[in-house]
Design a protein around this ligand. Structure first.
Ligand SMILES: C[S@@+](CC[C@H](N)C(=O)[O-])C[C@H]1O[C@@H](n2cnc3c(N)ncnc32)[C@H](O)[C@@H]1O
Length: 228
């Protein structure tokens, strides 16, 4: 694994114990609602095989299982400490340690792949998308929920003030890791604009690419279908 990915892995290991609490507080309890929306767009049924990539503490799987029991569901993440919390919360067998850039799954295994708040953190997104394409069945659906920059200027100003100043301070204070919560706004700022993300996903041979903005674009759900 490259050094930058190792740094990210290390960071999530360190903040794992406080991750759920901080997520709720800093998103004003919107994170759960946003995951639910992503799950709705995934349209999962009992016959589906589902991968929750960058599963973290398993919050997305927890929400899926409240709604439907798919044929097979697994959460993958490279942070062992985040996974340990997910395993305690849900079930040991539902999780596997894996790097999104080198997935330990056979070709065309999944009907649905969901990624909530994790795509931004993956270092080599081209490589990850290649892997996602490989493990997804034809006509399978990819759903990416990610924090984004709101486009409405006055909101963007207030949001950036909160995101760049208050959030790193509160997150750093509660987690004891100020670096991790300084990284968060920087990573959202660096994240792709819609057009760039569209291009990246299309290049990886997905089509039907659509965006749903949440809370005026503070978060965005991207959906795409494996074309060939
Ligand atoms: C912000 S958390 C999101 C966790 C969860 N999906 C949620 O909705 O709360 C990002 C997660 O991505 C994981 N991650 C980042 N890069 C990864 C990679 N290359 N392979 C696997 N997991 C990765 C981190 O370990 C972390 O658990």
């Amino acid at each position: 694994m490259d050094q930058k990915s190792k740094t990210i892995q290390n960071m999530f290991n360190k903040i794992s114990k406080r991750y759920d609490l901080i997520n709720k507080l800093l998103s004003f309890y919107q994170d759960k609602r946003w995951r639910k929306k992503a799950i709705k767009l995934a349209n999962i049924n009992e016959s589906h095989t589902v991968l929750d990539l960058t599963t973290g503490t398993g919050e997305l799987i927890k929400s899926v299982l409240k709604k439907v029991t798919p044929k097979y569901i697994i959460g993958a993440d490279f942070s062992i400490d985040m996974l340990n919390i997910a395993k305690e919360k849900i079930n040991e067998e539902d999780f596997v340690a894996a790097d999104a850039q080198h997935l330990p799954f056979k070709n065309e295994l999944f009907d649905r792949i969901l990624i909530s708040f994790g795509f931004r953190n993956i270092m080599d997104k081209d490589l990850a998308l290649k892997e996602l394409h490989r493990v997804l069945k034809k006509d399978g659906r990819l759903i990416i929920l990610e924090l984004t920059q709101p486009r409405f200027k006055p909101l963007a100003t207030i949001y950036n003030l909160y995101f760049n100043n208050i959030l790193p301070f509160v997150g750093g204070f509660i987690s004891g890791n100020s670096k991790a919560y300084a990284y968060l706004p920087a990573s959202v700022d660096r994240f792709y604009k819609k057009e760039e993300l569209y291009e990246l996903i299309e290049k990886a041979r997905f089509n039907d690419i659509n965006f749903s903005e949440l809370n005026f674009g503070i978060a965005t759900i991207t959906t795409a279908v494996k074309a060939t």
